[in-house]
Design a binder for this molecule. Sequence first.
Ligand SMILES: Cc1cc2nc3c(=O)[nH]c(=O)nc-3n(C[C@H](O)[C@H](O)[C@H](O)COP(=O)(O)O)c2cc1C
Length: 194
Amino acid sequence: MSKILIAYSTNSGSTAEVAETIALELENGGHSAEVKRIADVSDLSGYDAVVVGAPMIFGWQSAARKFLKRNQSQLKEKKMAYFSCAARLTRVEEERLPQCPVVLDPNLVSSPEKPGRISLKERFTTLRYYLDPMLGAAPQICPISIAFFKGSIQMYRLKWWQAAFVMVIVQATPGDGRDWELIKSWARSLGDQF
Ligand SMILES: Cc1cc2nc3c(=O)[nH]c(=O)nc-3n(C[C@H](O)[C@H](O)[C@H](O)COP(=O)(O)O)c2cc1C
């Protein structure tokens, strides 16, 4: 049995629910799992493994990147996994994948609108655009898995300028796209490795 921390950040709450679901699934698998908002994490010493989750909001939300950067020396000694909730991910075939396994929610992934050519907007939603700052925040950490899940957009939970950004730049469709079975199966796969 491992003691696992699920440290998350969120803008409008849906990533917190994903973190809770992951914790429940890890506990069902016989581990001890604690869920904490990144801002509330003060001591990492008691954990064997840490899962860091955050939405894609101007890249992987900065709280997650700063957390990894700040705690890299301690976290590199633990088993680590990252996840993100996002609205879209443009998959460019020739993109190189990192060494660590990457899990992509099929509902999140789309191909460039014009085959062989990515538009300016698509450039900001490619796997590489998402992954580089994630892995670059703590280059000494090699997560056992990185998952990208389709998230949730509830317009009434957003500030007006966030709603405008989501509609005009991200061009995301409002609604809850979270695939709970995929999220749970990813959590179980982590449980087997922790
Ligand atoms: C201001 C803002 C910017 C966002 N930017 C992106 C983005 O660049 N790429 C993307 O895939 N999703 C983007 N999204 C969608 C969120 O990542 C998604 O809705 C996520 O599930 C929100 O999680 P939360 O409820 O935990 O905040 C953005 C959402 C907001 C509000």
